[in-house]
Design a protein. Structure first.
Length: 323
């Protein structure tokens, strides 16, 4: 399935993808992680958990799976699952380069990942990704582009990414931080031989952090597929941490707050795919209810009122502990 087709798939759950950030490594910043994973976080335990999640997601109609070089062994886990199911040719696989995982399978490491958008890092990580995912890779994204990222101006890097695009791999980028909108707009101007380089954008957008919305709408209008990450705000929109207004809407719909939070994203006309970051099969099943949620204008207005100043939001996110 060509990546661009994913956003127009007819199965409702095709608009929800599964991101592997929370299960590809023992440490992450999501709230409630101790309950979700417990203390048993060996490589084999998380490999088994990842494969169970992938099985459940595929059975329920999910077709986009998202990994990254910095998500511990996420690419390895995903590759093993893909190799065990070679007949599932309707799957779309995305990964990201630009961060190197440095925690050595420890949840208590001082540094978990190191960012570098240089050509040298791209070439090294592209080879690492190719060794694991081979021709199953559909989308390769620059991980967490910011307005000051050298990746936006590096013509040598752009040329190499265009070479990869010529082989059939879609080129995209993700964003993070309070100036996501600026990064998105800058990336939309990047061209190689007069043609836009990027065909997808993956950004943080949720009920608490909506600042990238207008720029994501512009990206959609320019023909990019928009992927939304961190729709649960790293657990801040999940029970029991969710704001009271979100809990109230969830109660009115007889669903959980996670489904409402993701449904809010799916209501945006520019949103192609919203990522579930589920760490358990139960969480995934609850997340997938988002595809059938119908929110009233009053409920949408109450949810829209939850938005925070982006500087405040990202400061809070930056203070979340790895555990």
């Amino acid at each position: 399935m060509p990546f661009a087709r994913l956003a127009t798939a007819t199965t409702p759950t095709s608009h929800i993808g599964l991101g592997l950030a929370a299960v590809g490594r023992p440490g992450y910043i999501n709230l409630g992680r101790e309950k979700d994973l417990g203390e048993h976080r060996t490589v084999e335990a998380l490999r088994t958990r990842t494969h169970e999640l992938l099985d459940a997601a595929y059975a329920q109609g999910v077709r986009y799976f998202d990994a990254a070089r910095s998500y511990g062994r996420s690419e390895e886990f995903l590759a093993g699952w893909l190799n065990a199911h070679p007949d599932r040719d309707d799957i779309v696989v995305g990964s990201k380069w630009g961060y190197t995982y440095t925690a050595d399978w420890s949840a208590d490491a001082e540094t978990h990942e190191v960012k570098d958008h240089s050509v040298r890092t791209y070439e090294r990580q592209r080879a690492e990704t190719a060794a694991l995912l081979g021709d199953r890779l559909d989308l390769y994204q620059i991980h967490s582009v910011t307005p000051e990222s050298p990746a936006l101006a590096d013509k040598e890097l752009h040329a190499k990414l265009a070479e990869l695009a010529a082989t059939g791999v879609t080129i995209g980028f993700s964003t993070s931080g309070p100036t996501q909108a600026d990064a998105i707009r800058a990336a939309l101007t990047v061209t190689v031989d007069g043609e836009p380089l990027f065909r997808t954008v993956q950004s943080t957008y949720n009920a608490l952090e909506t600042s990238a919305g207008p720029a994501l709408a512009e990206a959609h209008d320019a023909g990019l597929t928009v992927i939304v990450k961190e729709g649960m705000a790293n657990g801040r929109l999940a029970e029991p941490y969710a704001p009271d207004a979100l809990k109230a809407v969830a109660e009115e719909t007889s669903l959980h707050t996670d489904a409402i939070a993701l449904a809010l994203i799916l209501r945006r006309p520019w949103a192609g795919v919203a990522l579930s970051g589920a760490a358990t099969v139960g969480q995934l099943a609850s997340n997938l209810h988002a595809a059938v949620v119908d929110l009233t204008d009053d409920q949408l207005a109450r949810l829209d009122a939850l938005a925070e100043d982006p500087q405040t939001y990202w400061a809070r996110r930056g203070s979340l502990p790895w555990h």
